[in-house]
Design a protein around this ligand. Structure first.
Ligand code: SAH
Ligand code: SF4
Ligand code: F3S
Length: 467
């Protein structure tokens, strides 16, 4: 375990549970809460834990933020746009608070963990009652207790963000699918990325804790788990516990029908993992493998520590081992100094690999990261032209891939009814593509075989037997 990592003893969590009980008994406590989540699955899962703590304090979920007694914004700062969106929402709430002065407003998540942010909230957002960072979110009951007890704002962002907490309460947002965090933080320091600064050092949970969580989810009827980590491939390298492939094997034995994971850093995608991906019956045939760029010079500047050739070799090995696997990726364009030619190399890579889909981003400088100080800023017009070209190319590739699936019968985990009609169901196939089909709402939460008949944009349409 890295020396910067702080394991929070169970007794600290017991103390927080005591605070929660005390809040429950306070006459001036809020009765309803609403959490607004920005950002990735990590934040979405943190929000499930935050909801668990709110319910421990006796609160129930309010459907809208306008009617809640307490509103908490769980923020993201991966790009400037994410931060603007969070701040815009928080400021909007200031207006609502004029009519409802008793409403409590809090901010947490990655944005709060940035240097100077706590001071900014203290000074510029006086209507924010409490704030905390990613490392000390388990202390929410204590902060709320103090706020209610003393009436003083609680803006508490700990410098120590690399904490490891076990046993937080949780309210899961889905009856069939669940997130399991297997590790926290990141040590990779890709030159553009803020995550290592706001999520702390890489730290893996003990395998026995993960397996116990999976077993209890299986007993509750969860059909699919998504293992979360910024770089799951290096799971266990800090603890010397199981390796990631060994963990996948142990999880298969826990009996959950579907397992997914994200994110895999290409540099750490080992042969051992590829063998396990091919062997493991519970693993879905989908891998999210962010490539970021098709230019070796840019990849080096990004500190990604692989080349295009390495990446293509891994793709080829993966497809040889598991021919039906669907790949998805992340791309950043307009990285400082990206030439037309280098951009062309990214376009060429998309054509070569043929991903099922790609998340495309314009480089956004993040204060404190190395890339923010690099020369060669790409102007907005060029950047949007480049991302437009990437999106159009990917759309045509996606369309071809979807068409190639027509006629196949795919296992679909039914997630819900579509907005249009209660007889129209929607779910995901193993490759993580949305599939719509007619069927009875009683199928929700089950895995059913669907024969693909047609395609929509980014979705498949199909039929099930008997419909
Ligand atoms: N840990 C994951 C992803 C983290 S963030 C990984 O390594 O793949 C998700 C995606 O956001 C990244 O893959 C990257 O494509 C994008 N991203 C991160 N920082 C960015 C920045 N400063 N500007 C634009 N896109 C960024
Ligand atoms: Fe960011 Fe790179 Fe870590 Fe992913 S691997 S979170 S992109 S630093
Ligand atoms: Fe955003 Fe934090 Fe995730 S910065 S992308 S919410 S790890």
């Amino acid at each position: 375990m890295h020396k910067d990592v702080v394991i929070i003893p169970r007794s600290d969590l017991e103390t927080q549970k005591d605070y929660a009980l005390q809040v429950r008994a306070m006459p001036n406590r809020p009765h309803t809460y609403h959490i607004v989540t920005f950002g990735c699955q990590m934040n979405a899962h943190d929000s499930e834990n935050l909801a668990g703590m709110m319910e421990d304090m006796g609160m129930t979920a309010a459907l809208t933020r306008e009617e809640a007694d307490l509103v908490l914004f769980n923020t993201c700062c991966i790009r400037a746009g994410a931060e603007r969106k969070a701040l815009g929402n928080i400021i909007w709430l200031k207006e609502i608070k004029k009519d409802r002065p008793d409403m409590l407003v809090g901010i947490c998540g990655c944005m709060m963990q940035q240097e100077g942010m706590a001071a900014k909230v203290l000074k510029d957002y006086p209507f924010v009652d409490f704030a905390f960072g990613t490392g000390n979110m388990y202390c929410l009951p204590e902060y709320l207790h103090r706020l209610l007890d003393t009436g003083t704002r609680q803006i508490r962002v700990a410098l120590e963000e690399s904490t490891l907490v076990e046993g937080l309460p949780v309210v899961r947002s889905d009856a069939a699918k669940a997130y399991i965090n297997i590790m926290y933080g990141c040590n990779n320091f890709c030159s553009y990325c803020i995550v290592p600064y706001v999520r702390g050092r890489e730290r893996s949970r003990a395998a026995r804790d993960i397996l116990a969580e999976a077993e209890s989810l299986q007993a509750e009827g969860i059909r699919e788990i998504m293992l979360l980590g910024q770089n799951v491939n290096s799971y266990g390298s800090d603890t010397g516990d199981m390796s990631f492939p060994q963990l996948l094997r142990a999880l298969e034995d826990a009996g959950i029908p579907r397992i997914r994971f994200m994110t895999s850093h290409p540099k750490d995608l080992s042969d051992e993992l590829i063998v396990e991906i091919a062997r493991n019956k519970a693993l879905c045939p989908h891998l999210h493998l962010p490539v970021q760029s098709g230019s070796n010079r840019i990849l080096k500047e990004m500190n990604r520590r692989y080349t295009v050739e390495h990446y293509l070799e891994k793709v080829q090995k993966l497809r040889a081992a598991k021919p039906d696997i669907g790949l998805t990726t992340d791309i950043i364009t307009a990285f400082p100094g990206e030439t037309e030619e280098e951009f062309g190399e990214t376009m060429a890579l998309l054509e070569t690999v043929r991903f099922d889909s790609a998340f495309t981003f314009i480089f956004s400088p993040r204060e404190g990261t190395r890339a923010a100080g690099l020369p060669g800023h790409i102007d907005e017009v060029t950047a949007s032209r480049r991302i437009g070209r990437l999106i159009r190319l990917q759309e045509s590739i996606t369309e071809d891939i979807l068409k190639s699936l027509v006629g196949q019968t795919l296992d679909v985990l039914v997630e819900g009814v579509s907005r249009r009609s209660s007889r129209q169901l929607t779910g995901k196939c193993g490759r993580s593509i949305s599939v719509n089909f007619r069927g009875d709402a009683s199928l929700i939460g089950r895995i059913v075989p669907v024969t693909i008949t047609d395609t929509g944009s980014n979705t498949l349409r199909g039929t099930i037997e008997g419909e």
